[in-house]
Design a protein around this ligand. Sequence first.
Ligand code: IZC
Ligand code: ZN
Length: 428
Amino acid sequence: MTTKPIDLLIYNIGTLLTLQGSNGPRKGAEMSELSPITGGAVAIQGERIFAVGTEEDVRAQIAGMTIIQSIDARGQLVTPGLVDPHTHLVHGGSREHELALKLQGASYLEILAQGGGILSTVRATRTATEFELYQKAKRSLDIMLKYGVTTVESKSGYGLTLEDELKQLRVTQRLHETHPVDLVSTFMGAHMVPEEYKGRSDEYVQLLINEMLPAVKQQGLAEFCDVFCEHGVFSVEQSERILSAARDLGFGLKIHADEIEPMGGANLAGKLGCISAEHLLAASDEGLRSMQQAGVIAVCLPATSFNLRLKNHARARTMIEMELPVALSTDYNPGSSPTESMQLVMTLACLNLEMIPEEVLTAITINAAHAIGRADEIGSLEVGKLADLVMYNANNLAYLPYHFGINHVNTVIKRGNIVVSDGHFFSK
Ligand code: IZC
Ligand code: ZN
């Protein structure tokens, strides 16, 4: 029997942050433990990690095996591929006209109540063809990949009719099949009450429960269900009805909770045992405790609070002190967070949420992977996991959030393939 070769060896890694050895999502002080290796190497076979450790150890483990290709990391930093666990990736149009409204003092919820905001993106998404939606989302995914992101969660929620939601979800599925970045799909028909149901939100909730959720499930187009539980959108009681129905159908549960107004969304996340709750700027201590006890992951979105010019931020320090696992995400969407950059999120998490760089990396790798149910495959560099990793033009972690607003990524490996090299797309 001939032994299979090593397809790719990355050696001479100055700082290799593996995040290996996690037992569930990292919380409290564990969030700053990255299981670093100085002078490391990673050996890849097919799409998986064959060996990871010090270069000496890895070379001993692969002694005698053929090495097809090698990359000299020249002493630079290597991390797991970044995971963006909360995006509204697939949509039509853009909303730059809201910038002027915002500068004139209009708030996000005021713009929405006047029929703009999400509703203007719903109009643009309904009129777009599937191909147009695909092309636009692909451009964003390309940027994410160049910025080091190898897995992305993507929510529907700009269709708000069964057909238009299915259209968005089919685009997500096709992107997953055709783009190097892996996608995880979430149904968010409960993103807003559509204009044709204005004043009849309970009827729309019934449509979601009786028709949309079962159809999405039957077509296998989404793994999670998310609800925008917010003043003027869906109440806590409506959110509970929708999420309970989704749970009965076998969806994993997510909730946009306590972003702007304190609604009790965090408490509901704990009560229902959601996999994650998002935003949480206005969450009460009691709500956060309920999440902690139920094992819900807190997904904080500092680019959103920055872009909405909110005075407050998610209380990441409190969350970490109370052993609530924290993940971070762009919330990429055309309204409250028009950015694909997880590296910008790293900076904002340090400066506005007062997280240290080590906690931030945990929050965008292993904890983000847990928030989308993928921690058995991605989020850390361990033997047997997918070979998703990023090499930077930097030799230490703190340099990334410190030198902000630019892209530090040099090389991206996705499922064992070099997909970005020297900052550019690469194909063999
Ligand atoms: O289009 O404004 N917050 N949903 C909840 C969004 C932001 C997306 C949008
Ligand atoms: Zn969102």
